[in-house]
Design a binder for this molecule. Structure first.
Ligand code: AQP
Length: 330
């Protein structure tokens, strides 16, 4: 049986990069694979300085946004990582078997640590906890964006290393499941769309706020005047068309950009229409959940119960194979 697991940090609002790179895939996969698990990885969100009230609010908002996006608690378990303590338990076990050099070579660690005066050890250990998140459920498929592919490679190393020492074949080697929109760029077109870079469009933003962000967003830099023909292949707005607009519109955009029949603003207006069509029902559901918060809490409680049952069984077997099982009188 294929088991699907993925997680998202509650480090800011759910944005269209997360949605297109990962969450839209979660929604499809929950239909195809009953028993999928989706986690708000709040322990990952405390590796740096943070405001406790804000974190509480963001954990809540993330759960609500995921349900509003279409995670269905009758098909998949949605839960908070901190409600399932076995995540940190397995993480410690993996830490004891993990060479530091492999962690120091992770691109995300180098990027983030490079800007810090004092580097929290948790930042280095992040991919070990991530491996524990996945392997705790013995998941073999992980729907993520492209930025997580290197971390998953490390998860496979961790599984392999543990299996070689304690139980060949026990942990599967998890593979990424990427979407066609595996890497959405920020509105400046320069860096990955990312909560921490503030270059995002939030999933629940109003039509007008989305437009205010789209209007000045970067396009093909060679296209200075409306009469200049553009190259959609290098335009971030075209990438968003491919994610949100029907195929016929994408073809029309391609032609009208290359022939300069449309200016960038015309192209952005069409994109805005298609984005709003997809995002409005999500916003409506999010509002309904805000009016009925017990539905969010019930979903999380059910999800945590399901997750813990699997997690406890894995830990029982892990401990048994490692000589950490309950002592008995012989
Ligand atoms: N720009 C993106 N394009 C495609 N996929 C993306 N993901 C994130 N940004 C993009 C995917 O979304 C899932 C959840 O990511 P996360 O929030 O747990 O961590 P992240 O990758 O670090 O996302 P951010 O927005 O960049 O957060 P911060 O700023 O807090 O680090 C993952 O599957 C990710 O691949």
């Amino acid at each position: 049986m294929t088991r699907i697991f993925s997680g998202i940090q509650p480090s800011g609002e759910l944005h269209i990069g997360n949605y297109l790179g990962a969450i839209r895939n979660w929604i499809t996969l929950q239909q195809q694979h009953t028993g999928s698990l989706f986690c708000v990885v709040d322990y990952h969100a405390i590796t740096g300085n943070y405001d406790t009230d804000l974190l509480r609010q963001r954990r809540w908002d993330m759960a609500r946004s995921l349900l509003a996006s279409g995670i269905d608690p009758s098909k998949a378990a949605l839960f908070m990582q901190s409600d399932v303590p076995e995540h940190t338990e397995l993480s410690w076990i993996f830490t004891t078997n993990q060479p530091i050099g492999d962690l120091e070579r992770q691109t995300q660690f180098k990027d983030k640590a490079g800007t810090m005066e004092s580097i929290p050890a948790g930042l280095l250990m992040y991919p070990v906890l991530q491996a524990a998140d996945i392997l705790l459920y013995r998941a073999d498929r992980v729907p993520v964006g492209e930025d997580q592919v290197q971390h998953l490679e490390l998860s496979r190393d961790i599984a392999r290393r543990w299996n070689a020492r304690f139980g060949e074949g026990f942990f599967p080697e998890p593979q990424p499941l990427l979407t066609p929109t595996r890497r959405i760029m920020g509105l400046d077109g320069k860096a990955k769309m990312s909560k921490s870079l503030g270059n995002t469009i939030g999933l629940l933003e109003s039509d007008d706020d989305i437009w205010q962000k789209l209007r000045p967003a970067a396009t093909d830099p060679q296209r200075v005047r409306k009469s200049d023909p553009g190259n959609p292949d290098v335009c971030n707005i075209f990438q968003l068309h491919k994610a949100f607009s029907p195929e016929a519109t994408v073809a029309e955009v391609d032609t009208n950009c290359r022939t300069a029949a449309w200016g960038c603003i015309d192209c952005k207006k069409v994109l805005h229409t298609h984005m709003v069509a997809e995002l409005t029902p999500i916003r409506t559901r999010a509002q309904l959940l805000a009016d009925e918060p017990s539905r969010v809490l019930d979903a999380l409680a059910d999800g945590a119960r399901t997750a813990r049952t699997i997690a406890q069984e894995t830990m029982r077997e892990v401990k048994q194979r490692m000589g950490l099982d309950p002592l008995k009188v012989s």
